[in-house]
Design a binder for this molecule. Structure first.
Ligand SMILES: [Ca+2]
Ligand SMILES: [Ca+2]
Length: 170
C-alpha cells in the first residue's frame, strides 16, 4: 500500500516535470493525492512517538507552528491530528503561493515604471519584494534619482513600504 502511494507520488512528480512540454492536462485527483501524501509524510515524520497526533513540541519542529500552533489546533486539545495539520499546512502553502505571486507582480511593475522614468531608465536599480515591502538597491548619480526611484516604487499598487537602499556613486 505504502509502496503503491510512493510510486504514485513519483509518477505525479515526473508528470509535473515534463507536463510543460508534452503531457496532457493532469487530472485534479492526482494533484490532490499528491499533496495529500506530501502532508501525510510530513505529519508522520513529525510524529516521532507514533501517537497519530502532534504534541506542541512535535509540531514545533516545523517553524510554522512556533507561531501558529494554537491557531492550527482547532479543537483546542493541545495536539494536532492529521486533519488539523494538513488543513493548516495546505492553507499556509496556498498563502505562500499567493504572496510569491503578488510580490513578483509588484517587482515587475516597479521595474517597468523605473524604465519609463526619463532620469532613471539608463540606470541599474535592482528591485526585490517581500510581503509587499519593496527593497531598492543600486548606484545612481544624483540624490534626485534616489528620491525618484523611491517615489516610483511607492506609487505602485500593493506596495506597503519601500526600503530605499539606492546609493550615490562616489
Ligand atoms: Ca505524537
Ligand atoms: Ca487538536
Amino acid at each position: 500500500m505504502q509502496n503503491n502511494t510512493d510510486f504514485k507520488s513519483v509518477l505525479v512528480v515526473m508528470t509535473f516535470a515534463v507536463s510543460a512540454v508534452s503531457m496532457p492536462v493532469l487530472a485534479l485527483d492526482d494533484v490532490s493525492d499528491f499533496n495529500h501524501s506530501v502532508y501525510t509524510k510530513a505529519f508522520i515524520a513529525l510524529d516521532t512517538d507514533n501517537s497519530h497526533s502532534l504534541s506542541k513540541a512535535e509540531a514545533q519542529k516545523d517553524k510554522l507552528f512556533l507561531k501558529h500552533f494554537s491557531e492550527a489546533d482547532k479543537n483546542h486539545d493541545a495536539s494536532l491530528d492529521e486533519q488539523e495539520y494538513t488543513d493548516f499546512k495546505s492553507k499556509d502553502d496556498q498563502k505562500n503561493v499567493k504572496r510569491i505571486a503578488n510580490d513578483s507582480v509588484i517587482t515587475s511593475k516597479v521595474k517597468a515604471n523605473l524604465l519609463k522614468e526619463e532620469g532613471l531608465k539608463s540606470l541599474s536599480v535592482s528591485v526585490t519584494t517581500y510581503k509587499g515591502e519593496v527593497q531598492l538597491s543600486g548606484f545612481v548619480d544624483t540624490e534626485d534619482q534616489i528620491k525618484q526611484a523611491g517615489k516610483v516604487a511607492a506609487d505602485i499598487e500593493g506596495v506597503k513600504s519601500v526600503k530605499n537602499s539606492v546609493l550615490l556613486k562616489k
